[in-house]
Design a protein around this ligand. Structure first.
Ligand SMILES: Nc1ncnc2c1ncn2[C@@H]1O[C@H](COP(=O)(O)OP(=O)(O)OP(=O)(O)O)[C@@H](O)[C@H]1O
Length: 256
């Protein structure tokens, strides 16, 4: 059974004055451990789709199933990481990264130790008792990743998590997130505007049409690139041809 099934999802935002059709009859299945990226023009409904998968909004039509169950009932199995880290400034890093465990009733000495071990493993040592304002942007996003992984989610939703970082930090974090997710065999969906990032990190890339968002095409990343870390993939000879192809495809979407 696929870990995620999106079945004929349609979503309209309705207000007093207007109705905006954000997604139109979208279907997709995702296998356990896959890494998918969503690329498409601004406003095509990528964040709307993530919110539906997270069970935060109900689609107007269609169904989203996680391991065969309605997404709404599976909210606690989803980890959501956003562009801004949303760490609580008045809580220490340890309190921040263990917050999800406490909210979901999974907090114990064992899960606390596992979470702090992950924090240390991804290079955040000696920060447990520090506050978010004492950390750099890249360090804060790493802490946000640990907080997201702490509750052992089945699916990670990553909504432009690297876009507020400088380029060097972004490349380092891409590698770190990719390696961590592969190690724990996590399923991940990444929303990005960066074609290179999508190719470097993903197994498949979903290209969306302009609003209302539909799937225009799904591109499978060649095995040669999937075997590399994101940083290595960007240097690989197979990287440029697929970049050009996706670039042209997005250009044609934006012109229609
Ligand atoms: N709460 C809302 N009420 C009304 N319209 C909304 C709401 N949220 C989003 N929309 C509209 O739905 C469409 C899809 O928005 P969404 O944020 O999902 O797109 P996106 O692909 O994530 O955009 P971007 O790439 O710019 O982040 C847009 O036209 C947006 O204006």
């Amino acid at each position: 059974m696929p870990i995620l099934t999106i079945d004929q999802v349609m979503h309209a935002y309705v207000t007093n004055q207007s109705a905006v059709l954000a997604l139109d009859h979208l279907s997709l299945t995702v296998e356990r451990g896959e890494f998918l990226s969503f690329l498409g023009p601004s406003g095509c409904g990528k964040t709307t789709l993530l919110s539906i998968i997270a069970g935060l909004i109900e689609p107007t039509k269609g169904r989203v199933l996680i391991e065969g169950k309605e997404a709404k009932s599976m909210r606690q199995t989803i980890g959501y990481m956003l562009q801004h880290d949303y760490l609580f400034p008045w809580k220490t890093i340890e309190q921040n990264v263990t917050l999800g465990l406490k909210l979901t009733g999974k907090y114990s000495e064992k899960t606390r130790k596992q979470t702090l071990a992950l924090l240390h493993q991804i290079g955040l040592r000696d920060v447990d008792d520090r506050y978010p304002y004492e950390l750099s942007g890249g360090m804060r996003q790493r802490a946000a990743l640990v907080r997201t992984l702490a509750t052992d989610p089945k699916i990670l939703l990553l909504d432009e998590p690297f876009s507020a970082l400088d380029y060097q930090t972004k490349l380092k974090l891409e590698d770190l997130v990719w390696e961590t997710l592969k190690q724990y065999r996590k399923t991940a969906l990444l929303v990005t505007h960066d074609i290179g990032e999508a190719i470097a990190m993903s197994d498949r890339i979903v290209l969306f049409t302009a609003r209302p968002g539909k799937i225009k095409r799904i591109v499978s990343v060649p095995d040669s690139l999937k075997a590399c870390t994101p940083f290595q993939a960007r240097q690989h000879p197979d990287f440029s041809p697929i970049f050009q192809m996706i670039w042209k495809e997005l250009e044609s979407i934006e012109q229609t």
